[in-house]
Write a protein that binds this ligand. Structure first.
Ligand code: PGA
Length: 243
């Protein structure tokens, strides 16, 4: 079976760096990554400490990711973190285009496109998230939305080697209402055509320890972006070990 990629998106959790290190320790004790790859994406502040812990534990196949990056490398951008800074603390992957950033921080396809380019230029790999909202789905606009997000987000990018696309229907994120296997398969196939089969395509949205395997087997996804379930060590371990 080809390699699967599992992105643990911790979002703005946990509340202290000690808890974050504990969470990582607990996960590392139980996971059996095999040929797959697990990307741990803690909040920015915890990146150096989590990197240190990862290096110390030397767990093959577990690497560091960030949840965002700015679109420039330096300058007067109060509060932002650059791709170069991320690279220097040992980050390998960056999640970009997540629906929470699009919604709460007004990130547009154009901004996301610039961020993707900035990350690639700095030697980072990108997990590029796309997906339709509930209203868009009900209005039958899913394919139109996915097409636009791909076209605008990946505009002028020709080398897809370091890009992974994650299909994350917004209505499925954090709701417990995961996308059906068949619908996921259809969307993932649709995305693969849009990118000429040049990237892996992950699924994200209420993935849990019990449903993950089926998405791989029947839905043919290349892996997952996991939010809530990645914060519960025993469940995340079960999820990873089931693949
Ligand atoms: P969830 O989040 O697994 O909690 O639905 C997924 C995500 O936001 O990427």
């Amino acid at each position: 079976m080809p390699k699967k990629i599992i992105v643990a998106n911790w979002k703005m959790n946990p509340s202290t760096v000690d808890e974050a290190e504990n969470l990582l320790d607990n996960v590392l004790q139980g996971i059996n990554v095999g040929r797959n790859e697990v990307i741990i994406c803690p909040p920015f502040l915890y990146l150096p400490r989590i990197k240190e812990a990862l290096d110390y534990k030397e767990k093959e196949g577990v690497v560091l990711g960030a949840q965002n990056a700015y679109l420039q490398n330096k300058g007067a951008f109060t509060g932002e973190i650059s791709p170069l800074m991320l690279k220097h603390v040992g980050v390998e992957y960056v999640i970009l285009g997540h629906s929470e950033r699009r919604k709460h921080f007004f990130e547009t396809d154009q901004m996301i496109n610039k961020k993707i380019k900035a990350c690639l230029e700095n030697g980072l790999k990108v997990v590029f998230c796309i997906g339709e909202t509930d209203e868009e789905q009900v209005a039958g606009e899913k394919e139109k939305v996915l097409t636009q997000q791909i076209q605008k987000g990946l505009l002028d990018i020709t080398d897809f080697k370091n890009i992974i696309v994650a299909y994350e229907p917004v209505w499925a994120i954090g709701t417990g209402n995961s996308c059906s296997i068949q619908e996921t398969k259809n969307s993932v196939d649709f995305i693969r055509k849009l990118v000429n089969n040049k990237t892996r395509v992950l699924y994200g949205g209420s993935v849990n320890k019990d449903n993950a395997k089926e998405y791989v087997k029947e839905g043919k996804v290349d892996g997952f972006v996991v939010g809530g379930e990645s914060l519960i060590p025993e469940n995340f371990i079960h999820l990873v070990n089931s693949l």
